[in-house]
Design a protein around this ligand. Structure first.
Ligand SMILES: Cc1cc2nc3c(=O)[nH]c(=O)nc-3n(C[C@H](O)[C@H](O)[C@H](O)COP(=O)(O)OP(=O)(O)OC[C@H]3O[C@@H](n4cnc5c(N)ncnc54)[C@H](O)[C@@H]3O)c2cc1C
Length: 468
């Protein structure tokens, strides 16, 4: 195997594998170093893909129990075969990780399994599982080592009864009660999976709201919907301790501001308080690569660290921890290294929560616009007034468009509804092209589709929605 490369990528998650493929397309000789047995990183192995497979399967299970009879389909009460559902999820993961391996081969990218450590600028030592080491050289190194589960001090994640997202994707049986710590995306998605499969789900959140960072109005509405579905919330609360001695896990929950604690028994506790950059074993200190106070690698606008020839992308640098953000950074850094003008527009990175209904947003929230002192107009359209949503009995949610009061330029779009995650792409394209709400309003949308609600919300910016 060749030992000298144009580019060495450490980590094969969505940031790393996309970077490697783009660089190979641009004519570079590329090596990828991955510590795990399979490629694809958090996203493909223990993140986006398995969680979405379980969300899809559990949603169909839920619908079979509550919706099909309303459409004249009588199949009786659905029976859960959790092992088969997990197999279905694993097959999805397998197909995806093999797909990345195929793409590496197709693009003539050399792959090495082992822990990569930067021993000097341009030099990466790879330590394989059997303890052997080898060193390869590269003109450039891109660090794409991603992130790991954030832990709560004093609480040991055993992945059996106290689980992270990784353990919550492989539970062997449906817990009677699941207590979720953290009302962020991962807590709500995996909480939804297990609630649909039969668990009583209680979500404990330190803040006084769910989904921090997402538009307040959206959060208020979806919280009501989740409560109607049976999820319970304890907001402004913190977990003060967990006892695992008995048959049930005993969780002490108290008001965040202090006060009388209560004890809640649970079968499984999911710790979903966020993720932290993963830089262990990389040798960053020795290489002199600077990190910020959250241990994120500091990079400039070209993804370059302070050490010449070393770059970083994805979850290991600042910004939203999202697969598509990592992928776009992977593309951009490869293009920059090839002398092209790679770039990521951080103002237009969509964010999706794959619950039912889905929650999708791009651009600014109302709170952010208020804080920045930007005058804006709001156009809103509910799915209760959308023909397709009414026909499908999927009327939860709305589309909200925030447009600049003076120029009408779209500043933010927020969608709660079935398939919001697919619909938000239209808003992202519009914003990328600097569209005004008038542009969306004058674009012919197919009927009958949920996307007509986006057009109607755009019309509503100027108070001229038709179906409301
Ligand atoms: C449960 C869950 C659900 C999620 N759902 C979504 C979603 O729906 N949409 C979305 O956009 N994002 C989602 N995410 C986030 C998404 O997975 C991450 O943002 C994304 O994977 C980050 O990509 P990355 O390439 O930066 O790092 P990662 O995907 O974390 O990949 C890093 C890779 O580097 C390897 N590595 C680390 N150190 C070394 C080393 N020293 N040597 C060799 N290899 C190393 C790791 O083994 C890993 O394979 C989810 C995350 C979780 C946990």
């Amino acid at each position: 195997m060749q030992m000298s490369y144009d580019l060495i990528v450490i980590g094969s998650g969505p940031g790393g594998y996309v970077c490697a493929i783009r660089a190979a397309q641009l004519g570079m000789k590329v090596a990828v170093v991955e510590k795990d047995d399979t490629f694809g990183g958090t996203c493909l192995n223990i993140g986006c893909i398995p969680s979405k497979a379980l969300l899809h399967a559990s949603e169909l299970y839920d619908e079979a129990g509550h919706m099909l009879d309303k459409m004249g389909i009588n199949v009786g009460a659905p029976k859960l075969d959790l092992r088969a559902m997990m197999k279905f999820k694993d097959a999805g993961v397998d197909g995806n990780v093999k797909g990345v391996a195929f793409l590496f081969k197709k693009n003539k990218i050399d792959t090495m399994h082992g822990i990569g450590r930067i021993v000097a600028p341009g030099k990466v030592e790879i330590k394989t599982a059997n303890g052997k080491t080898e060193t390869i050289e590269g003109k450039a190194i891109v660090i794409a080592t991603g992130s790991d589960v954030a832990r709560l001090p004093g609480i040991d994640i055993d992945e059996q009864r106290i689980v992270s997202s990784t353990g919550a994707l492989v539970l062997a049986k449906v817990p009677e009660r699941l207590l979720v710590i953290g009302a962020g995306v991962i807590g709500l998605e995996l909480g939804s999976v297990w609630r649909r499969l039969g668990s009583e789900v209680i979500v404990v959140e330190w803040l006084d709201r769910i989904l921090p960072g997402i538009d307040n109005e959206v959060c208020r509405q979806v919280q009501r919907i989740f409560e109607r579905q049976g999820m319970k919330f304890k907001l402004s609360s913190k977990v003060a301790g967990i006892e695992t001695g008995g048959k049930k896990v005993k969780v002490t929950v108290e008001p965040a501001a202090g006060g009388t604690p209560e004890s809640i028994e649970s079968d499984v506790v999911l710790v979903a308080i966020g993720r932290v950059p993963f830089t262990e074993g990389l040798g960053l200190e020795t290489a002199g690569v600077k990190m910020d106070n959250k241990r994120r690698i500091i990079v400039d606008a070209r993804f370059a660290t302070n050490v010449p020839g070393i770059y970083a992308i994805g979850d290991v640098i600042a910004g939203p921890m999202l697969a598509h953000k990592a992928m776009d950074e992977g593309t951009a850094v490869a293009e920059l290294l090839a002398g092209q003008a790679g770039h990521v527009n951080y103002d237009v990175i969509p964010n999706v929560v794959y619950t039912y209904p889905e929650i999708a947003s791009v651009g600014k929230s109302e709170e952010e616009l208020k804080e920045a002192g930007i005058a804006y107009k709001v156009g809103k359209f509910p799915f209760t007034a959308n023909g397709r949503a009414k026909a499908n009995l999927q009327t939860d949610g709305f589309v909200k468009i925030l447009a600049d009061a003076k120029t009408d330029r779209v500043l933010g779009v927020h969608i709660v509804g079935a398939d919001a995650g697919n619909m938000i792409a239209e808003a992202a394209v519009a914003m990328e092209f600097g569209a005004a709400s008038e542009d969306i309003a004058r674009t012919c949308h197919p009927h009958p589709t949920f996307t007509e609600a986006v057009k109607e919300a755009a019309l509503a910016v100027d108070k001229r929605a038709i179906h409301m």
